[in-house]
Every structure is written in C-alpha cells, then in structure tokens.
Design a protein around this ligand. Structure first.
Ligand code: ADP
Ligand code: MG
Length: 357
C-alpha cells in the first residue's frame, strides 16, 4: 500500500536561481524507510517539508494514502496529515520532563490511556529509568530517543527525520542508526530520513532517492544505487569510483586493465568509461606486473591501495586486512566485476569538469 506519492513536484524559492526541487516523483510504501540523500543544498529538506505540509508545491501533486494533500499553492497542514517529525536539534521542550515531552502530542486521549501509551513508548526507546529527567539531564543519544518517542507516540502515518544524527559523535551516531532502525521496524513505521551520508542511507533505508541541485538523480534500492549508478555523479557520491577508458570491440569492453563481456547498452566501436569500485579489483603481486602499488592505507577491516596503471592512471583497490604489499610492488590486476557499468567518455569528462569548478 502506498502511503505517500509525489507526482512531478516542484518548488522554487524567490531569489534562488535554480528550483530547490524539480519534478520529483516518488512513492513510499507502508512500512518502508526512504532515505532522501544528497549533498548540502540539494533539496532534501525542501522535499521533506513538502511531504510534511510545511511548504506548498509550485507544481505537482502529493497524495497521502491515495488522497490529494498538496497541489499547486495548497498544502494540508502538517497536523492534519498525521506526520511525526524528528529534527536535527531534537527540539525538545526544555521545561518538560521526558514523560511530559512524550505525552505532549497525546492530549486528545484520556489520562489513563495517555499514561499507558507514554510509558509503553518510553520503554520501547529504552528510557524507562529516565522518564522524570529534563532534557538537559540527558546525553545527546538519549535526547534523540525522546524526540523519536515523542514523534512516534501519536501513531503517525509517517515519521520524518531530518539529519537526525548529525549532532552526535561518530560512535553514538552508529549506535543510534541501529537503534532507530530497530524501533522504526518494530513499530512498522513508514519513514523518510534526510541524510547527506550515503552509509547512513544504505544502512537504514529500503529505498534511496538521491538528489542533486533539486533533481532526482536516481530512485532505487541501496544496492541498485551502489552497483548500477545511472550517472557519474551517482557513482561518485555513494562510494569510491574510478573511471577507466575503454572501447567496445568484438562484444567486449576492452580496457588497459583487461576485457569484460559487454553487458552495457553501448555498441561496437563506442568509446566508454568503465566504472570500477575498489572492491572490483584484486591485486596479485608479480615482479612482471604492469601496475604498481603507490601506497596503502590501513583501515582495520581492509587495506586500501592506490595503484598506478602503465598509462599513468591511478585507481583504488580494497584488499583484505592481512594483504599487505610494499609501496612500488608490481602487481597484476584481476577484475572481479559482477555489475558492469560504463558511461560515455564525454559524460564523465563533463562531470569531472563540474566537480573541479
Ligand atoms: P538540503 O536540505 O539538501 O541541504 P534545502 O532543501 O535546504 O537543501 O535547500 C535547497 C535549496 O533551496 C538551497 O539552494 C537553499 O539555499 C534553498 N532554500 C532552502 N530553503 C529556503 C528558503 N526558505 N528561502 C530561500 N531559499 C531556500
Ligand atoms: Mg537540509
């Protein structure tokens, strides 16, 4: 069942040269977590605010459970949509205790039902021992849990989270990603998570909508976005990607690193750029090898190598944490690519020009 559907939704702000969101279409099914991913200023918060009803679209339609809630210049207000929001700064009421913060949105319930519901949600987020504390008496992670509990308490149709982990330190951030995912799954919540961090999107979401400059670049599963990016921008934004020149010859993609079956839409004679991820390449030390190790970065669970090809191009390879080779070690490269992704050479060149400026 579709909870939210956006159909060609656009929004521009006065004085801004490009639209903050342009012709965005996407669907969120019941119980799904959608990540709105993109660099700063790409339009993520704008799309979230359009979904919430804080903004009205200039064009397009938004449906909630099949009913139109937004169209040109009109937006049903957030409180009538049944959305729960979790903000980056948590926005807790400082003069209210944990319990009072959580029960704040339950005014319509009778006292008994309200107390029961509050206790139940507080227990679920693991704060039963803290229910009488004030926000300033809690850690960042605990405040985050209160914010989530408060948003979940009225059983909203949809939970919206805008960069909810960005003010936590990295360890806490990873824990809270796991905990918040578990709570959202346990409650069967439908959620939209705004993040600029592709790992966060990949870890938490069922679907990812990747935005850049107000445009939806790709709407796909995390695996689809990572393995089969539709553009050099997407390829590069969600992980390390090298682009190695090649040509389609005899049904193969021929590059200096080797040949692969041409499973792309490119035709005989086309000049392409093959996308290579660090996990697509295996290094085999060989005194006769044509490539050479430049340096190694130890990352604990893996070694990250920079390798120079005979053409001079530098590519990246991740190897097992125990695969340690010295700098200047000649190596053979073995391509282990399960998803062959290639772009037109001019497309990659244009992308590389754009990121340099
Ligand atoms: P993100 O959340 O991805 O960082 P935003 O949706 O906040 O991006 O912003 C997208 C674009 O819209 C940016 O260029 C930003 O400057 C602009 N913008 C956002 N909110 C407003 C506003 N209230 N008034 C004018 N411009 C805005
Ligand atoms: Mg934002």
């Amino acid at each position: 069942m579709t909870v939210i559907e956006l159909i060609k939704v656009s929004k521009s702000y006065p004085q801004e040269k490009i639209p903050a969101a342009k012709e965005i279409s996407l669907k969120i099914e019941k119980g799904e977590i959608l990540a709105l991913l993109g660099p700063s200023g790409s339009g993520k918060t704008t799309v979230l605010r359009l979904i919430a009803g804080f903004e009205a679209p200039d064009e397009g339609v938004i449906l909630l459970n099949g009913n139109v809630v937004s169209e040109q210049g009109i937006a049903l207000p957030p409180e009538k949509r049944g959305v729960g929001m979790v903000f980056q700064d948590y926005a807790l009421f400082p003069h209210l205790t944990v319990s009072e913060n959580v029960s704040f949105g339950l005014k319509k319930m009778g006292t008994r039902e309200r107390d029961q519901k509050t206790a139940q949600i507080i227990e679920m987020v693991g704060l039963s021992d803290f229910q009488n504390r004030y926000p300033h008496e809690l850690s960042g992670g605990q405040q985050q849990r209160v914010a989530l509990a408060r948003a979940l308490a009225p059983d909203p149709e949809l939970i919206l989270l805008d960069e909810p982990f960005s003010s936590l330190d990295p360890d806490m951030c990873i824990r809270m990603r796991e905990d918040v995912s578990a709570i959202l799954r346990k409650t069967g919540s439908t959620a939209v998570l705004v993040t600029h961090d592709h790992e966060e999107a990949f870890n938490m979401a069922d679907k990812v909508a990747l935005l850049n400059q107000g445009l939806l670049q790709q709407y796909d599963t995390p695996e689809g976005i990572y393995h089969t990016p539709l553009s050099p921008f997407v390829a590069d934004f969600v992980g390390k990607a090298d682009f190695v020149p090649g040509v389609i010859e005899g049904g193969k993609v021929v590059t200096e690193m080797g040949c692969l079956e041409n499973k792309t839409a490119f035709q005989e004679g086309d000049e392409v750029m093959l996308m290579i991820r660090p996990d697509d390449i295996d290094l085999r030390p060989n005194p006769e090898g044509k490539a050479v190790v430049l340096d190694r970065q130890f990352r604990g669970s893996e070694n990250h190598y920079r390798v120079q090809l005979s053409s001079g191009q530098i590519i990246h390879s991740s190897q097992h944490s125990t695969a340690v080779y010295p700098n200047q070690q000649p190596v053979d490269l073995q391509l282990q690519i399960t998803h062959i992704v290639a772009f037109a050479q001019h497309e990659v060149a244009q992308y590389q020009r754009e990121i340099r400026t």
